[in-house]
Design a protein around this ligand. Structure first.
Ligand code: ADP
Ligand code: MG
Ligand code: MG
Length: 929
């Protein structure tokens, strides 16, 4: 403890002897500003900026922020506060009272406050907020007297009891509600009962008498269920609220969200205490959420939703259908509802002006919360708006064209993985035209998905863990559902608008999502459509998140047409101007190659010859390969090989033709031969007949190829050493394919790559074969030369360690990071499932090293290999193949260590291109610092 204090005292927050724990804002001033997110959280820092920055000074209700440091201390010190805090809070509260002309806890003129959480990075809906703090049986009288609005006062009171009992008395206390039904739900059901009894449709139909009764009922229920009364003392309420926000940092849903988003546990949350403004004071009051541009598609027009006579979270909770703020915000659900620009034009114009200023000030799309109290507009929050991939690209490129940001900033604004969304499958329009949708809602997350309907987050997670594709169907989602939402292919809700929880979360993840699906009735294990059709748990459904449509069954999904997306094309060309590293693809067929070249691939980094023995059209070559494998004598093998060669040549030639002179790295046969031995009797019998031996003999030969540890066995170059004729055939096929193309007046540039090497002598051994065949092919084709390179994979640690020797013979290296990781860690890639989850859970490893390069360990092998390699061959061409080539962090790493290219699967190419450009930009920024 003493140690901690000593450290703190030297920190920047030091002021004389006391530490500043509380930062005030309001009345045109603020202690903090936007740059202090780490200390004040995102919400607090932006409230300060909006309230106090000289270019803004917006109408922000006054309040104060308690720092994130207090949160960390509070949680570490078993829920006790630093000594100085109480005084600082009292002082800040007094300032707010003065600005508002009200007093907290006062019987005749009470100040009410909200207690709001706010972490460094926004975690929408993850943390809890309590509104109307300070109301009790005494202060409500003063509130009624002052406002002359009894209904509003009782509405606020019942809301306080509901939120407070849920957030402070239950969740923060870690109380697990019995049979899963929390206090909020219990109280909500009570509210529903009253509405039903009285025949009301909306919350706003409740009368003063109803609300009074509800307050009494709520209090009794709270006492009954939680065994404690709702606290009447305003100070108890305030401190209860503050503690609860801090505690919610360690709540289950906050932790789940942090895991997914990789937010460190050490950040903590700030608490914002802010004087209340009321959107629930009648028809001249409202509350809403808006974005300076459309977060769903990037449309550069002000976009948002609002509710008349409502309080904050009503919009997000999806209790009523929110109305559009303007024409541009109308959707199928809200088309006929009155727009804010019509109902409250003065406030709308003011809001419009403010959002323009905010976007110009922050130079990015803003997500804003506002409330209108009896015709007066207040700003309650602004932050950088989450957006889906399509919107991210559009907004970045638009702002670049508008000269609001420069090209480096534009490129940094799109997360490489967001491009996945643009590559997302769509429902096949033909299939769609032939089917009738069973539901229509709002297009909250684009793309398409199909899966089996499940109805709880737990089921979604459980089914997904069995490898099932599921779609999570809910009435509405809440932060408790985050885990299941993450594991589902898509999310479908019957309630809620474009700013509902489901929509917000889906947008953040780029997940296919339809919300507010009209007329859908969601039950425990089924849902009923508007027309009365029933879809049961486990039934397949297809969701079109781009249009907001739901279909029964499995519809065909197709890929989008990116070439005609001008904004995307412009983004990629900007990346191409910026990046230094080349991008190649891993492809083994002309079709994949063509796709990859369309996406911008500059060659093939990995063409696996064994590919032609799998899948479509592989019957004949596979049979010949098997014949070769089962051969006993070199002569038998040669015969089989010469039959096989035309197939190998045909595939390579077709692919090189598509590449039109772009380089293609062709890897010689890599897998252990036993992988190709057939299992079925009839296949074995056919082989026996072909080879003129009996079945037992074939089986014997097959069995003799079995190995105890095939991944470390007779594979890669070892095959070529044992059976030189196998290498010969492949090398001949490659060089003949290239030579023939050249003779046809076309271009070809093969790079012959030897896999699984660990010593230079292996490379020398195979080089002799290459030299011999090269001479033969040139001669037979009458060519003086065929351009090619000769190189090796670097995937065995010893190869990296002796890279200087390897590079004396090899003209290029391709880091096979899958195997390098496997052998570097000693982790069998096929068996990690049984222990890697524990490693990640216990944080023994930060990431799965097979997904993103382990820069600290395997990365060192790579660095070392590159340095050593280039020490003997300065112009050594170096690249990477393997899954990591499409992982943004790994691409950036490859750029930093000086590789010439990365290679990844065709659909990862746009991601790699953007990551490569960002690597250059990050370099530049690091140098500036
Ligand atoms: P979240 O981080 O989940 O968005 P907030 O702290 O923003 O939570 O609060 C939830 C809702 O309560 C917001 O929509 C906001 O508009 C409303 N709210 C918060 N503080 C106040 C206040 N002082 N006056 C009126 N409404 C408020
Ligand atoms: Mg908010
Ligand atoms: Mg390998």
């Amino acid at each position: 403890m003493a140690k901690k204090k000593a450290k703190k005292a030297s920190g920047p927050a030091k002021k004389g002897k006391s530490i500043k724990y509380v930062y005030s804002f309001g009345g045109g001033k603020a202690d903090g500003n936007e740059s202090m997110k780490n200390l004040l959280g995102g919400k607090g820092a932006n409230l300060a900026e909006m309230a106090g920055h000289k270019d803004l000074r917006l109408p922000v209700p006054p309040g104060f922020t308690i720092t994130t440091e207090v949160c960390i201390d509070y949680l570490a010190a078993k829920r006790t506060y630093p000594k100085q805090l109480k005084v600082q809070v009292d002082t800040a509260l007094a300032t707010v009272e003065k600005l508002m002309g009200k007093k907290f806890g006062d019987a005749s003129n009470p100040l009410l406050v909200s207690v709001r959480s706010g972490a460094r990075k926004s975690m929408p809906g993850m943390m809890d907020t309590v509104l109307n703090v300070g109301l009790n049986d005494v202060t409500i009288k003063g509130l009624i007297e002052k406002t002359k609005n009894e209904r509003f006062a009782w509405d606020s009171y019942r809301r306080l009891i509901m939120m407070y009992s849920d957030v402070v008395m239950e969740k923060a206390e870690g109380i697990e509600p019995k049979n899963g039904k929390g206090i909020r739900k219990t109280l909500d059901e009570r509210l529903g009962e009253v509405k039903k009894q009285k025949g009301y449709k909306l919350d706003t139909d409740l009368t003063v008498a109803d609300l009074k009764q509800l307050v009494a009922d709520f209090k009794a229920k709270v006492r009954e269920v939680l065994g404690k009364p709702f606290p009447e003392n305003p100070q108890d309420q305030l401190w209860g609220g503050i503690g609860a926000v801090f505690m919610s940092w360690n709540g289950k849903r906050a932790i789940d969200y942090r895991r997914i988003e990789k937010i460190p546990d050490e950040w903590g949350t700030a608490v914002n205490v802010q004087s209340m403004v009321f959107g629930n004071m009648g028809d001249d009051s409202a509350t809403g959420v808006a974005f300076t541009r459309n977060p769903g598609n990037g449309d550069p027009r002000f976009y948002g939703e609002y509710l008349v006579n409502a309080q904050g979270e009503d919009v997000v909770a999806g209790i009523r259908t929110p109305a559009p703020i303007n024409e541009a915000s109308k959707n199928d659900q809200s088309r006929d509802l009155p727009a804010l620009e019509k109902t409250m034009p003065k406030c709308y114009n003011q809001l419009f002006d403010i959002q323009k200023r905010l976007e110009k000030h922050y130079k990015d799309m803003q997500d804003i919360e506002f409330t209108i109290e009896q015709g007066t507009l207040y700003m309650l929050q602004c932050r950088i708006g989450k957006r889906n991939g399509t919107a991210a690209v559009k907004i970045a490129m638009d702002m670049f064209r508008e000269k609001l940001i420069d090209s480096d900033t534009a490129l940094s604004r799109v997360a490489p993985m967001q491009l996945v969304e643009l590559l997302l499958p769509m429902v096949d329009p033909k299939a769609e035209a032939a089917t009738k949708a069973i539901g229509k809602g709002l297009p909250a997350g684009p793309g398409a998905a199909k899966g089996r309907a499940v109805f709880t987050s737990e089921d979604a997670a459980a089914w997904a863990s069995r490898g099932e594709k599921v779609i999570l169907v809910r009435e509405e989602t809440s932060p408790e559902d985050v885990d299941g939402m993450h594991k589902a292919q898509a999310i479908l809700t019957s309630k809620g608008g474009m700013t509902s929880h489901a929509a917000l979360v889906a947008r953040g993840w780029g997940k296919c999502c339809v919300v507010g699906c009209e007329g859908l009735e969601v039950e425990a294990k089924e849902f009923k459509t508007k027309s009365g059709e029933v879809v049961h748990e486990g039934d397949w459904i297809t969701v079109n998140g781009t249009k907001g449509l739901v279909y029964r069954g499995e519809l065909n999904l197709v890929n989008p047409d990116l070439e005609h997306n001008a904004t995307y094309v412009e983004l990629i060309s900007l990346c191409n101007k910026t990046r230094k590293i080349n991008i190649r693809t891993n492809a083994d067929t002309p079709k994949d190659t063509a796709q990859a070249v369309k996406f911008g691939a500059e060659g093939i980094g990995l063409f696996r010859t064994e590919h032609m023995f799998y899948g479509e059209g592989s019957d004949k070559p596979l049979f010949l390969l098997r014949k070769m494998i089962m051969s006993k004598t070199p002569q038998e093998r040669r015969n089989a090989l010469s039959e096989l060669e035309p197939f190998v040549k045909r595939d390579i030639k077709a692919t090189m033709e598509v590449l039109n002179g772009l380089p293609v790295t062709i890897r010689l046969l890599d897998p252990p031969l036993h992988e190709f031995v057939p299992h079925s009797e009839d296949k074995l019998a056919a082989l026996a007949q072909e080879l003129g031996i009996n079945l037992a003999e074939v089986k014997k030969r097959g069995d003799s190829l079995k190995e105890n540890n095939p991944m470390l066995g007779h594979r890669g170059v070892r095959l070529g050493v044992t059976y030189p004729e196998v290498s010969e055939m492949q090398i001949r096929a490659i060089l003949e394919a290239a030579g023939e193309l050249i003779k046809e007046g076309k271009k070809a540039y093969p790079e012959i790559m030897i896999p699984v090497t660990g010593t230079v002598n292996e490379i020398i051994d195979q080089k002799k074969i290459v030299d011999k065949i090269y001479a033969e092919v040139c001669k037979s084709l009458g060519l003086s030369k065929i351009p090619y390179l000769y190189g090796t994979m670097i995937e065995i640690p010893r190869a990296a360690l002796t890279a200087n020797k390897m590079a004396e013979v090899a003209e290029f290296f391709s880091f096979g990071t899958n195997d390098l990781t496997q052998m570097g860690f000693g982790f069998s890639r096929d068996d990690i499932g049984s222990f890697l989850p524990d490693y990640l859970e216990k944080k023994i490893l930060k990431d799965d090293p097979f997904q993103t390069i382990d820069q600290e360990g395997i990365g060192e092998l790579i660095r070392f290999g590159i340095d050593r390699g280039r020490s003997t061959r300065a112009k050594l061409k170096i690249g990477i193949c393997g899954e990591h080539g499409g992982d943004p962090d790994s691409v950036k790493f490859c750029h930093r260590v000086g590789m010439n290219y990365v290679s990844c699967s065709p659909f990862r190419i746009p991601i790699a291109i953007l990551a490569a450009a960002q690597a250059v930009i990050e370099d530049k920024r690091a140098k500036k610092k």
